[in-house]
Design a protein around this ligand. Structure first.
Ligand code: FAD
Length: 470
């Protein structure tokens, strides 16, 4: 007897949706994805991929800026030869994003996944079950539904983005020029990344932070390094400065702070958080519970409050990362289609802030250790003593490792360095595989290499590290 193929319907084609679609299809399901903006979602088309492409250019600019200190000349008879062709830069970013989206579309087609490009919503299905998605007149019935509709940038209540001078992070690539004087409102991950990138490209950047320091939710030592680098490179960092409103004035903008001060610039970039895309798509009517901020409530295998309806990615607000969205989506499909599945382990998620230098972290944080929630030994090795860093002319950064006292099991780490996003992997593997610092210390690293600081930190932590908590 041949069993009928299970049917899966997915609302949203970002990493939460398309990774789930690929898993479901490989497990033999008949899969339909309904997406309104393009496969890859905001991640590929407007957020993660475009911003990292911009940062690739800005990092190259920073590297070239070190040329003179490396004994190279980047001038022609005293005239600097380095500049930014903003239209070409933005065009490359948009073309790369579109290309990546097309690659995903081709992959989906090759897997036999049906894609409907339209806005969709959850609707009541046969016998009143909410296992139906309606999209542009089409009705897709399914045994399991995944909601992966993402999130959209928030704005200030007083200062709506106009796409010309007052911008969200999704509008910046449509500018005709590099913003000469950019005021970035918000000093979280997105604000810090754009401030770092545009400063490197040549904009005069003012970073408005409501908190005492930039990156208030990240490792304090790392944030201090980055803020120092920002200031040294000429960025105007305004701490304890809450922006109340932004308005256009002449050819520029004026941001008004809560204490009445005004900050002027040519453009303002708002990076004040993301709001879930969960309204008007039939969730409440179907009984799907949302939290007070509108995020879909899910458990660790991506189930919502309604049987057969799963959710993944930014619309759940779990951890707004593409890797987490993708894992939530895969887990949802493994669960829905009867495969064995491990609940998502958020304590193992590695993340990077793509400032220059980058900040990558995984596992327990300094804050949890300081609060006494996790006993740990800690060592922090400055990058400045690493021979490869000296050769490259890098002096800002460090490798920090947390280990369990006694057993030496790796509990977490923070790397602040160029390409820290690549250097964090050995610590991620150690955490996932329950490795000890001794095992990392006994692993060959390349001489000279930045990763040599990871093995050195592992060698040092048990011997000279301090017990952060007795
Ligand atoms: C500037 C910026 C930079 C970032 N950089 C990184 C990074 O470097 N690394 C990282 O891991 N994360 C990064 N992120 C976060 C990452 O982009 C998100 O976590 C990721 O996009 C979440 O994926 P998703 O599938 O939940 O949603 P999305 O990628 O937002 O995709 C949702 C899709 O659903 C569609 N949709 C929504 N509603 C409907 C509807 N009713 N009907 C049909 N389709 C609908 C949308 O059109 C969209 O295509 C960044 C975010 C921002 C803002």
């Amino acid at each position: 007897m041949t069993l009928p193929r299970p049917r899966v319907a997915i609302l949203g084609g970002g990493p939460g949706g398309y990774e789930a679609a690929l898993v479901a299809s490989q497990l033999g399901a008949e899969v339909t994805v309904v997406d309104e903006d393009g496969l890859g979602g905001a991640c590929v088309l407007t957020d993660c991929v475009p911003s990292k492409t911009l940062i690739e250019s800005s990092s190259t600019m920073t590297s070239l800026g070190r040329a003179a200190s490396l004994g190279l000349q980047l001038a022609d008879g005293g005239n600097p030869v380095l500049g930014v062709d903003a239209p070409a830069l933005y065009a490359r970013i948009k073309a790369l994003a579109a290309d990546q989206s097309n690659d995903i579309a081709e992959h989906m087609t090759a897997e036999g996944i049906r894609v409907i490009q339209a806005r969709g919503r959850l609707a009541a299905g046969p016998l009143g079950t909410p296992h139906t998605i309606e999209a542009d007149g089409a009705t897709v019935q399914a045994d399991a539904v995944l909601i992966a509709t993402g999130a959209a940038p928030r704005a200030l209540s007083d200062g709506a983005p106009d796409g010309e001078r007052i911008l969200t992070c999704r509008q910046i690539y449509d500018l005709p020029e590099l913003p000469p004087e950019l005021v970035v409102v918000g000093s979280g991950v997105t604000g810090a990344e754009f401030a770092s990138a545009f400063q490197a490209l040549g904009s005069q950047v003012t970073l408005v932070s409501s908190r005492e320091r930039v990156l208030p939710h990240e490792d304090k030592d790392a944030a201090v390094v980055i803020e120092g680098v920002f200031r040294r490179r000429g960025m105007n960092v305004l701490g304890k400065s809450r922006a109340e409103s932004v308005r256009r004035k002449g050819d520029g903008v004026v941001v008004t702070l809560a204490d009445g001060r005004e900050v002027a610039g040519s453009h303002c970039l708002l990076t004040v958080g993301m709001a879930p895309c969960t309204t008007g798509i039939g969730l409440a009517e179907a009984g799907v519970h949302l939290d007070s901020r509108g995020f879909i409530e899910v458990d660790r295998v991506s189930r919502t409050s309604v049987p057969g309806v799963y959710a993944a990615g930014d619309c759940t607000g779990v951890l707004m990362l593409a890797s987490v969205a993708a894992m939530q989506g895969r887990i949802a499909m493994w669960h829905a289609l009867g495969e064995s599945v491990h609940p998502i382990r958020l304590s193992h998620v590695a993340s990077t802030i793509f400032t220059d230098p980058e900040i990558a972290s995984v596992g327990v944080s300094q804050a949890t250790v300081d609060r006494g929630e996790v006993p740990a030994r800690v060592v922090k090795l400055p990058l400045a003593t690493n021979p490869r860093a000296k050769m490259g002319g890098f002096r800002d950064g460090f490798v920090k490792v947390f280990a369990r006292p006694g057993t030496g099991l790796v509990l977490g780490g923070v790397v602040v360095a160029p390409r820290a996003s690549e250097l964090i992997l050995p610590l991620s593997i150690a955490i996932e595989q329950n490795l000890s610092v001794e095992q990392i210390a006994h692993t060959f690293s390349i001489y000279p290499s930045l990763s040599g600081s990871v093995t050195e930190a592992a060698r040092t932590v048990m011997e000279f590290g301090t017990d952060a908590i007795a």
